[in-house]
Design a protein around this ligand. Structure first.
Ligand code: ACO
Length: 320
């Protein structure tokens, strides 16, 4: 059976970088001290009007393909994790496929909110290990700014737009060592965009709503548990992981997770300060940053983790 290994990574953040204090000039009743103390976020990037998830995904994908030394024609599986697709349908994956000039690859979206990239990576790994596909493009791409209520200061300061991508390909050696995915829909009410499409209109509330404290507690509990589950699957001690890349939602959630896993913060990749919570894009954005600045090296053990609305959560342990 083939293994699946990461051959290239890439990411893209829209040019418009918005600092905490810039939000005040946009009319948000907030301040830099509150946001930094509660979340660690200093800046986020916001897409231009008309710039879509597939646009961001396209640039991130090109960068990942360049690092992997492959072209669009070499890819036979495209999975895009997003909760902010360009359209109701067709999928953002199909739109990305068209922008890349690929024809014939399997292409579909995954919707698991902030765990979406971990879900997509896990699915791609299973396609590759089954032998049905050889090279996957796995993307997390979001324009969360479009589903934020800019009058709700408790949520609008937390999120940003962006995309991250990996090329995952068949290999003789791992690769991805272990994955674990979970969901519990009984928690659907603590983080949601409750509107629905009916008669050509969004009926109900079209914006993200969140019980922040409930989300906080849930995230800390499941992120540490699912990391341990992944480690146990292959008999690896969590303290022996070289780098932890958790979902980038909030520095306090990240710190609490690292502490529970017995990992010092100098082995945790943190980018939430620079781009806020980019949902499905957050983990591949952080992975790309740490690969390109030289912290992550070939052969190291990396734990990727996501948690998000649904509730969904998951982890992937890989040897880079
Ligand atoms: N600026 C200034 N003040 C604010 C802001 C803001 N942006 N937002 C809220 N406040 C005020 C509130 O009005 C309140 O004031 P009051 O005491 O006078 O009523 C005070 O700050 C405290 O508000 P809380 O909502 O209780 O603040 P809390 O300490 O819970 O922090 C936060 C809120 C940061 C959202 C926290 O609950 C949290 O980090 N939750 C995790 C949620 C998260 O990270 N979600 C990301 C999406 S989910 C995911 O990705 C898994």
């Amino acid at each position: 059976m083939a293994f699946a290994r990461v051959a290239g990574v890439g990411s893209y953040l829209p040019a418009n970088r918005v600092l905490n204090n810039d939000l005040i000039s946009l009319g948000v009743d907030t301040n830099d001290e509150w946001i930094v103390a509660r979340t660690g976020i200093k800046a986020r990037h916001l897409a231009e009007a008309g710039q879509t998830s597939s646009d961001l995904a396209f640039i991130a994908s090109e960068r990942a393909m360049e690092m992997a030394g492959v072209s669009a024609a070499d890819i036979d599986l495209i999975i895009v994790a997003t909760s902010t697709p360009d359209f109701v349908f067709p999928s953002t994956a199909c739109l990305l496929q068209n922008k890349l000039g690929n024809k014939g690859a399997v292409a579909f979206d995954v919707q698991a909110v902030c765990s979406g990239f971990i879900y997509a990576l896990t699915i791609a790994e299973k396609f590759i290990r089954s032998g049905s596909n050889k090279r996957a493009l796995v993307v997390g791409a979001e324009v969360f700014s479009r589903i934020l209520d800019w009058n709700d200061r408790g949520t609008c300061v937390l999120f940003g737009d962006g995309a991250g991508a990996v090329i995952l390909e068949a290999a003789d050696q791992p690769g991805i060592l272990a994955t674990a995915l979970h969901a519990d829909g009984s928690h659907h009410g603590i983080l949601s965009v409750p509107g629905n499409v009916c008669g050509g209109k969004v009926i109900g509330d079209p914006f993200l709503r969140m019980d922040g404290q409930a989300v906080f507690k849930f995230a800390v509990r499941v992120l540490a548990d699912v990391a341990k589950e992944c480690c146990d699957l292959v008999g690896v001690e969590s303290q022996s992981i070289d780098w932890l890349i958790p979902h980038q939602a909030n520095i306090r959630i990240i710190e609490a997770t690292a502490k529970k896993m017995g990992l010092p913060m100098n082995r945790v990749i943190v980018t939430v300060d620079q781009h806020g919570n980019t949902s499905a894009a957050s983990v591949p954005l952080a992975l790309d940053a740490a690969v390109r600045d030289g912290r992550i090296k070939r052969g190291q053990k990396i734990m990727l983790e996501g948690v998000g609305g649904g509730f969904t959560w998951g982890a992937a342990l890989l040897e880079f």
